[in-house]
Write a protein that binds this ligand. Structure first.
Ligand code: G
Ligand code: G
Ligand code: MN
Ligand code: NA
Length: 254
């Protein structure tokens, strides 16, 4: 059976879950947020990577429904953690260009916040440069509406798209995430290091928080700390983990 058909049934069969990867503030090395990352365990096929099924979900239009499930689930989960006294941290969700094209993102977010009872300041939306490029007008209007509600907007995979700099002057953003391809070689490649440092200076000049992605080693962490980066995310602290495991990470961080 075609993968798309299985994907179509996955929501109804409750085959999706969210994993959470901690984001750590460099100032005190404490967990300051989490990125929600979708996982799909198909009854017939087992675990399928989002790198494989997200493009399929985008091409088939299923990403709208799946994306809404991600937003609603992340808000509900985070509110439950808050109510249990576990944390009061923002959760970030990834949003595809198609969700911006649909034009319904602010309404879905508003509904998810109302239903979950979670405050808007505990939600962040991650967008990539390609979204801003392909859907500039729609993106700008929806980013403004989301930020007006109090939801943070982050630019994901920064540095991998085209003419990144123009977006920073045109779009009002809260966070910039340095792509892991620059972090990977930061301690031994002068070019990666220069790009990371310039990105940090640029973001700070614009009053934007900087997160480095894909931090795997102590050396990378120390380098980014010295360079003035605000937050890090990566295997050095933790892989994305299931909700139960994330709770354990929070408890250990208290
Ligand atoms: O851990 P990782 O394998 O989760 O993610 C692989 C890719 O899938 C990344 O580019 C990530 O941004 C994307 N991704 C993960 N979860 C989601 C999601 O909920 N929505 C969208 N649109 N992309 C996601
Ligand atoms: O595209 P986006 O940045 O949303 O997706 C993040 C992706 O990076 C996910 O697939 C996540 O599992 C992965 N990731 C997170 N931390 C690390 C890391 O330290 N090293 C590597 N190689 N991948 C990571
Ligand atoms: Mn992301
Ligand atoms: Na990213």
């Amino acid at each position: 059976m075609a993968l798309e058909h299985r994907l179509r049934n996955a929501l109804g069969r409750a085959e999706f879950s969210l994993f959470y990867q901690p984001q750590v503030r460099l100032a005190d090395k404490r967990i300051c947020g989490a990125e929600a990352l979708i996982r799909w365990r198909s009854a017939e096929l087992g675990m399928i990577s989002p790198a494989e099924f997200i493009p399929l979900a985008e091409d088939s239009g299923l990403i709208i429904e799946i994306g809404e499930w991600v937003i609603r689930t992340a808000c509900a989960q985070n509110k439950a953690w808050q109510d249990a006294g576990l944390c009061a941290l923002p959760v970030a969700v990834n949003v595809s260009a198609h969700q911006i094209t649909a034009g319904t993102l602010p309404a879905i977010v508003r509904s998810a916040l109302r239903t979950s009872g979670m405050e808007a300041r505990y939600l962040a939306i991650e967008l990539t440069e390609s979204v801003l490029m392909q859907e500039a007008e729609l993106a700008m209007a929806q980013i403004a509406e989301l930020r007006g509600m109090g939801v943070a907007v982050a630019l994901d995979d920064f540095g991998t798209g085209y003419s990144s700099l123009s977006y920073l002057s045109r779009f009002a953003l809260d966070k910039l995430k340095i792509d892991q391809s620059f972090v990977r070689n930061i301690t031994d490649d002068a070019k990666s290091a220069a790009i990371a440092k310039a990105t940090i200076a640029l973001a700070h000049g614009l009053g934007i928080t900087v997160v480095a992605e894909g931090v795997e080693t102590r050396e990378q962490l120390d380098y980014l700390d010295d360079a003035g980066c605000d937050e890090v995310q990566g295997y050095f602290f933790s892989r994305p983990v299931a909700a139960g495991e994330f709770v354990a990470l929070l408890a250990a961080d208290q």
